[in-house]
Design a protein around this ligand. Structure first.
Ligand code: RB5
Length: 147
């Protein structure tokens, strides 16, 4: 599996932790930045990460900002993206099992390294259950065409 990761300045340290966990899991990682403390705009990071997921360059994406809120909202504006902001392991598991989330959002100022590592482990390993959940996910994706 290959995952593209990206964060704004509010979550650079947590991004490094996430990359370490992903590498432990044997995941190939692409990091699109940012790499320093200089302020950047999280929609630009969401766009880069999600472009890789939509094009198939990566299987999934992980986006981070201070709260995870702004970057998850931005990611969900992109056609084909189902981004789940997860602050706990249960949500991470269900975002894969029921929602087939292809992007995970984390908040660098919200979630500590330990909990974030567990969230990432579960989110990477959990499979989509399909069945009735597939019908619902298809309806989510169809909402875009109704606008
Ligand atoms: C940047 O200061 C901050 O607004 C951003 O990281 C994020 O928390 C937005 O949702």
């Amino acid at each position: 599996m290959k995952i593209t990761v990206g964060s704004d300045h509010g979550a650079v340290a947590l991004k490094e932790e996430v990359k370490m966990v992903l590498k432990e899991l044997g995941v190939e990682v692409k990091d699109v930045g940012t790499f320093g403390t200089e302020s950047v705009d999280y929609p630009d990071i969401a766009e880069k990460v999600c472009a890789d997921v939509v094009s198939g360059e990566s299987d999934r994406g992980i986006v981070l900002c201070g709260t995870g809120i702004g970057i998850s909202i931005a990611a969900n504006k992109i056609d084909g993206i189902r981004c789940a902001l997860c602050n706990d392991v249960y949500s991470a598991r269900m975002s894969r099992a029921h929602n087939n989330a292809n992007v995970l959002a984390l908040g660098g100022r919200v979630t500590g390294f330990g909990p974030a590592g567990e969230i990432v482990r579960v989110w990477v390993r959990e499979e989509f259950q399909g069945g009735r959940h597939e019908r619902r996910v298809n309806k989510i994706m169809a909402l875009q065409d109704k606008q």
